[in-house]
Design a protein around this ligand. Structure first.
Ligand SMILES: Nc1ncnc2c1ncn2[C@@H]1O[C@H](COP(=O)(O)OP(=O)(O)OP(=O)(O)O)[C@@H](O)[C@H]1O
Length: 265
């Protein structure tokens, strides 16, 4: 194996191996993961303008979002990922879900993780009904299961007679309810939650919180990305602090949150 050029995280008893160890089965192994985005036309200011006035295409710019991230998540763990804006939290979840290719390093998972976020890619011109089928298939559900779950998803979305209208006719809240209902249709042993999930009106929010709780109870491993340190402290036994694409600290949630607060308050 090649040697790792990246420095290890600062401290934390569970670094790279999982602080709390309720179970021993590894469910997710992230091994020296590097992920970059390539952005075309990102040059700004006079340099970019000069290049535009000359000829040829602007060079793509690279954003190195994850820089050698390693850790192991085990069965029974509930892990919060914290870090300031742009530190790589969403990129990490998307990589674990298999939605982003890595430049270097690897991610191993035990089964298909489900990533719950409000950004499920649905099609505005299709009806709610069609989007349910499309969204469930896109999450990797077999058609047989989509058929089984279909009525539940419609019922949970609460869209009633609007379900056969194109999505572009929905209000923001209605579209979010549909996304949430689709995203939570599939149970998974590895459940990843991107924080911006509280969605819809008060009644739907209560129902979604109940649904999330149910899913968390069924999942073997839960990963939560949140800016709410209180939520991470309350709901997670372990936390990983990402800083500029690197693991800064990995350990018991209370310790990591205290260190993070120490630097950000
Ligand atoms: N689609 C993209 N194209 C180019 N760069 C991106 C893209 N998505 C994220 N990035 C960059 O990757 C880095 C990590 O972003 P990411 O969204 O993973 O951070 P985050 O910790 O989730 O941030 P936040 O707390 O603001 O949600 C940032 O520098 C961001 O600008």
């Amino acid at each position: 194996m090649p040697s790792d050029p990246d420095p290890p995280p600062r401290d934390g008893p569970g670094t790279g191996e999982g602080a709390a160890r309720p179970g021993t089965d590894p469910m997710v192994v992230v091994d020296r993961l590097h992920v970059s985005y390539r952005v075309l036309g990102a040059e700004t200011g006079s340099r970019g303008a000069r290049r535009l006035l000359r000829r040829g295409r602007p060079r793509p710019r690279e954003v190195h979002a994850l820089r050698g991230v390693s850790f192991v998540l085990r069965r029974g763990e509930s892990v919060g990922v914290v870090g300031s804006n742009g530190s790589g939290k969403t990129t990490l979840l998307r990589s674990i879900a298999g939605l982003l290719p890595s430049d270097r390093g690897q991610v191993f998972t035990c089964g298909q993780p489900v990533l719950l976020g409000v950004n499920a890619a649905l099609m505005n011109d299709l009806t709610g009904e069609r989007n349910i089928v499309l969204g469930c298939l896109a999450m990797g559900m077999p058609l047989r299961e989509v058929r089984e779950k279909y009525d539940d998803v419609v019922e949970f979305s609460g869209l009633g007679k609007f379900i056969d209208m194109p999505m572009r006719t929905y209000s923001t809240g209605m579209a979010q309810r549909l996304r949430f209902a689709i995203a939570t249709a599939q149970a998974s042993e590895i459940l990843m939650i991107d924080e911006a999930l509280a969605t819809g009106d008060a009644r739907f929010r209560r129902r979604s919180e109940d649904r999330l709780k149910e899913m968390r109870d069924q999942a073997a491993t839960v990963v939560l990305v949140s800016h709410s340190l209180g939520t991470v402290e309350e709901t997670c036994d372990r936390a990983i602090w990402l800083d500029h694409g690197r693991v800064r600290m990995d350990g018991p949630a209370a310790d990591v949150i205290a260190a993070y607060r120490g630097e950000h308050d």
